[in-house]
Design a protein around this ligand. Sequence first.
Ligand code: NAP
Length: 431
Amino acid sequence: MPDEMARPLIRGRGERGGSRCLEASMSDPGAPVVGILGTGDFSRSLARRLVASGYQVVVGSRTPKRSAALFPEEAEVTSQMEAASQADLVFVAVFPEHHSTLVELKPTLAGKTLVDVSNGLRVNLDGPSNAELLADLFPESIIVKGFNTISAWSLQMGPRDGSRQVFLCSDSSKAKSSVMQLCRRLGFIPVDMGLLSSSLEIENLPLYLFPSWRIPVLCTIALFISFYLYNFLRDILQPFVTAGKSVFYKMPIETVNVTLPSVALVMFSLVYVPGLCAAFLQLWWGTKYNRFPKWLDGWLTRRKQFGLCSFLCAVLHAVYSMCLPLRKSFRYKLLNLAVKQVKDRVEDSWDSAEAWRMELYISVGIIALGLLSLLAVTSLPSVANTVNWREFSFIQPPAVEATSYSSYPSTQTCCCRTSWTRGAAEKWEGS
Ligand code: NAP
């Protein structure tokens, strides 16, 4: 295990399997010097990417001799003090609980830019952030928060893999723009998040686990349980209690299959109901400039997740339906029916009306699933970005647009002017 830990994340140039993209470029003597404090996973990946992007890299370690072998030969691994004195821009790739061990570098780092890449262990809503604490420790240095949302792995693989966005914030716009420039040169996309007070938000970003999915998923599960219980009581328990007929075998497939479309339909309606509520509220208030209640705001911003949960249930229903004829119980039923028809000497059991009903029933289901798939696909940002506003409104019905940006009055103005609310909105705007 210790050997594993000591092995560099990326093999060196001479080693087998070395990363070709990283070898493409090497630092030149006139290139800017970037310092890194710490020699862990993050530091190693960052050093390699900086070297590959043409920077001179100096790494500061408590034990430089031991760590040097883990870094590319173009990077200089030296003491923390030496690294801090050589570079004007220094990445602090040390866990925040060890930031205090760097205080002896305070005079050397005065006036220099420190990039805090640290993450917290749990969501911190009250502050202060690690970056703000670092700023208190090094009041004469300029702190920039960033790169914490990029994993060592993404740095190693390059910006093709994983998220390319790097969220940055600082109280010094000059320091921030120099880090943004570096970020672009590494192939990432810098996102300016403003002042250092935003660092808490940036530090919390990697800790959230699908925050906008919790309510839609819970809703789906709750609806599924309710509908399943209802179907179970009606189709399985009731025949068993009243006629002693045991059809418990229906529980895993048939009952689930009957339950799924009900959940899909209710979830789908939950995508559109908040848009209607919002439109009615605006008409009721006589203005579009009032903020919606918090619950409605939250609901409006989660419509995409409600829609995708509905889509999942619809797809599962389609799969379950296709599997129905594969079941043994179905084949038994079919066989029994055929035997009964032979026994009863039924000559022609063809029922045209029944056949039509089934054909239409299935074709409507297929069309509904196709349209739902279109809505689901166009809700993906990568697809939505390729169509203009008009094309998007053509595919996504007006009720979805009506209050897409519930919290922002300016966008509400344009969103309110959808076909069915236009007259009312203009009337209210005029009043
Ligand atoms: P790591 O592998 O544990 O490395 C931390 C390094 O800190 C050590 O190698 C050590 O280098 C140095 N260090 C300096 N003073 C220390 C002290 N008093 N005690 C212990 N170590 C000390 O950690 P990492 O994964 O590289 O993460 C470093 C920072 O980057 C963390 O703040 C983390 O939140 C952030 N980060 C990491 C990732 C990632 O994917 N790993 C992603 C985003 C952000 P020397 O022994 O050579 O001094």
